[in-house]
Design a binder for this molecule. Structure first.
Ligand SMILES: C[S@@+](CC[C@H](N)C(=O)[O-])C[C@H]1O[C@@H](n2cnc3c(N)ncnc32)[C@H](O)[C@@H]1O
Length: 192
């Protein structure tokens, strides 16, 4: 298959598909962290000029969409507009002329503004000792099936109160946004 991974700097999902023999390319405004097939630039422009893909998996930014931050929209002037811009970006991705599309994002505004997700997955359903509710909106693919469920009261990435453990740092968003390997492997195996 020809697989495009939109908004991916880490190369995680791209390399999982490549390992199974697919032609996979990641696209992000940032350079790729791991050497591999990568286009650095705007994904919307890229698809316009390169529309020929079987499957696109999209990881758009969640900063202005995630439920956890939406309360700021009432307090910070202009933030609601950024949420609307993010929704527009997500809509463009999900309506791209590609037969199979997967959109990934945390619980948040997409559910009320566009539609509810088809499923909500967790890294611990795919062999990673971590908790992070992740919504998937699916077009043309079946729901992802759990591969290795780890049941724990508290996962390695959580504080006793259930928050994410990572403290403030310049690259906190990057560390928190990287796709978990177990999920990437399941995507490649089940959708490839
Ligand atoms: C939440 S992160 C996803 C990271 C991904 N899960 C990974 O493992 O690399 C969102 C990414 O979208 C990228 N991005 C934002 N706007 C973009 C655009 N217009 N075109 C391409 N990438 C974009 C950001 O640079 C950021 O790396």
């Amino acid at each position: 298959m020809r697989v495009l991974i939109a908004c991916e700097y880490s190369g995680t999902v791209r390399d999982a598909f490549k390992a199974l023999g697919h032609e996979a390319l990641s696209c992000d405004l940032l350079p790729t962290d791991k050497p591999g097939q990568h286009h650095q630039g705007d994904i919307i422009e890229f698809i316009k000029h390169n529309p020929d893909w079987d499957l696109m998996i999209c990881h758009p930014p969640c900063k202005y969409l995630a439920a956890s931050g939406l309360h700021w929209n009432k307090r910070i002037i202009g933030r609601e507009e950024l949420t609307l811009e993010s929704l527009n970006f997500v809509t463009l991705l999900f309506n791209a002329p590609i037969p199979k599309i997967v959109l990934e994002n945390p619980i948040g505004r997409i559910s009320s503004a566009i539609r509810k997700p088809d499923q909500i997955i967790q890294p611990w359903m795919f062999g990673d000792d971590a908790s992070k509710a992740t919504c998937l909106w699916l077009k043309g693919v079946t729901k992802l099936k759990a591969t290795n469920v780890i049941k724990k009261l508290r996962y390695a990435n959580q504080t006793p109160s259930g928050q994410n453990k990572l403290g403030p740092s310049i690259d906190r968003w990057k560390l928190r946004s990287k796709t978990y390997q177990g999920i990437a492997d399941a995507m490649a195996f089940q959708w490839g």
